[in-house]
Ligand binder design. Structure first.
Ligand code: NAD
Length: 264
């Protein structure tokens, strides 16, 4: 659905800056990588999906501002993740995965994987990135959390736990980073039109015993005041805003983009 009256992009100049975006091969991370490159940044695009990264590089406009440097990396390799973050001026912790399953059936190895990719890797990326940010007295950390960083839903134990943990990590980074010119914030989207949500439709239909075509209206958007999915580009615009000088007093915050879902 088009957003009527969508304004243009926020004004952002990242010439000479390096941004690391995780999960950049798809969905929100891809939109963030393209948006930060359009602002002039050199984007280290990290993902385990090498084909998706190649497609991202191909879609970055020739002769456009900034650049995309693909880094094929599985974030469960935590030492490699920490090394990859060295020298980044901006860090967007975005990579994620979801499994919808009741607690008593939730595979422990998947719980461990979700917590590793969505909480421990962001910690290790922060460890890798902060020394350079502190040394230059400027840095921006944006953590792609979720409404599930603030509220729970049934059958999403690992995801909800990881996102609640990410909220705490982000606030701690905000407190420690403040005197070094580093801000840390979360962006909290409701449901976004990405492969992660498309993959959920079948799972949710099975878990709730309803046809797939009713999952969106009856389940995902049931509590949303605005009855549409959010677009990845809208999330990327919120990330861009958090990197502007106008947002320099904003830290330790959670910027909710959920169409009113959590207003209940
Ligand atoms: N889609 C939504 O509705 C929604 C809503 C709120 C928050 N989010 C959050 O936004 C972020 C991005 O989600 P998306 O919807 O764009 O998902 P997506 O599935 O489209 O993209 C996720 C990317 O993360 C990468 N990834 C996963 N595990 C990885 C690993 N071990 N190492 C390296 N890369 C890995 C995948 O390869 C993929 O490219 C996630 O953190 C998600 O929780 C999404």
């Amino acid at each position: 659905m088009t957003v009527i009256g969508t304004p243009g992009p926020v004004s952002l100049d990242l010439d000479g800056r390096t941004a690391l975006v995780t999960g950049a091969a798809s969905g929100i991370g891809r939109a963030c990588a393209l948006r930060l490159a359009a602002a002039g940044a050199t984007v280290r695009a990290v993902d385990r999906d090498a084909d998706g990264l190649a497609a991202l590089v191909a879609d970055h406009p020739d002769g456009g501002r900034g650049g995309i440097e693909p880094r094929s990396l599985d974030l469960t390799d935590l030492d490699a993740a920490e090394r990859a973050a060295a020298g980044a001026d901006l860090l967007v912790n975005n990579a994620g995965l979801q499994l919808v399953r009741p607690l008593e059936e939730f595979p422990p190895e998947v719980f461990h994987q979700v917590l590793t990719v969505m909480l421990e890797a962001p910690f290790r990326l922060l460890r890798g990135a902060l020394p350079h940010m502190y040394a230059q007295g400027w840095g921006r950390v944006v953590n792609i959390s979720s409404v599930h960083g603030l509220r729970a839903s049934p059958y999403k134990s690992a995801y909800v736990a990881a996102k609640h943990g990410l909220e705490g990590l982000s606030k701690t980074a905000a407190l420690e980073g403040a005197r070094h010119g580093v801000t840390s914030n979360c962006v909290n989207p409701g449901y976004v039109r990405t492969p992660l949500v498309e993959r959920q439709l079948a799972d949710q239909a099975a878990a709730h015993g309803i046809p797939e075509e009713r999952v969106l209206t009856d389940l995902l958007l049931a509590d949303s005041a605005l009855k549409r999915l959010l677009e990845p580009e809208e999330v990327a615009e919120a990330v861009a805003y958090l990197c502007t000088p106008q947002a320099s007093f904003m830290t330790g915050a959670s910027l909710v983009l959920d169409g009113g879902w959590s207003a209940h």
